[in-house]
Design a binder for this molecule. Sequence first.
Ligand code: HEC
Length: 110
Amino acid sequence: MSLNYKIIVGIGLMVSLSQASAQVDAEAGKALSESKRCVRCHKMDEKGTGPSVREIAGKYKGVAGAQAAVLGRMRAGSKGIWGDKAMTAVNKDVTDEDLKAIVSWMLAPR
Ligand code: HEC
């Protein structure tokens, strides 16, 4: 096996592994949105107390820096972006890591 060939196979493997882990993160984010009760206000398709997950994904699709901005608002609480209902700050029993997984699942293009 030539060195080039090994490098190409190696890169291919890395790409498929990172795709697999993106998949796992997405699944974890979805499960966490249920266990952390985000789903009480955020349904997939219908508007509830909060915007639907599909609406959130649509609004931020292709917007640079959206994830960081949204994450900041999750900790601070948010009002006025979607209407006059407020979302209270996401509290500390949702770790930064879990919140990131949920938000990246919510913002994933769909
Ligand atoms: C009691 C209802 C309620 C719960 C529970 C709730 N949200 Fe929200 N959420 C809202 C409302 C209302 C808004 C709209 C706030 C606004 O207009 O600024 C919102 C907005 C959002 C947005 C869009 C923010 C933006 O900057 O556009 C995201 C993302 C979000 N919520 C994620 C979450 C996550 C993650 C959880 C669980 C940890 C959660 N929400 C739990 C009511 C809720």
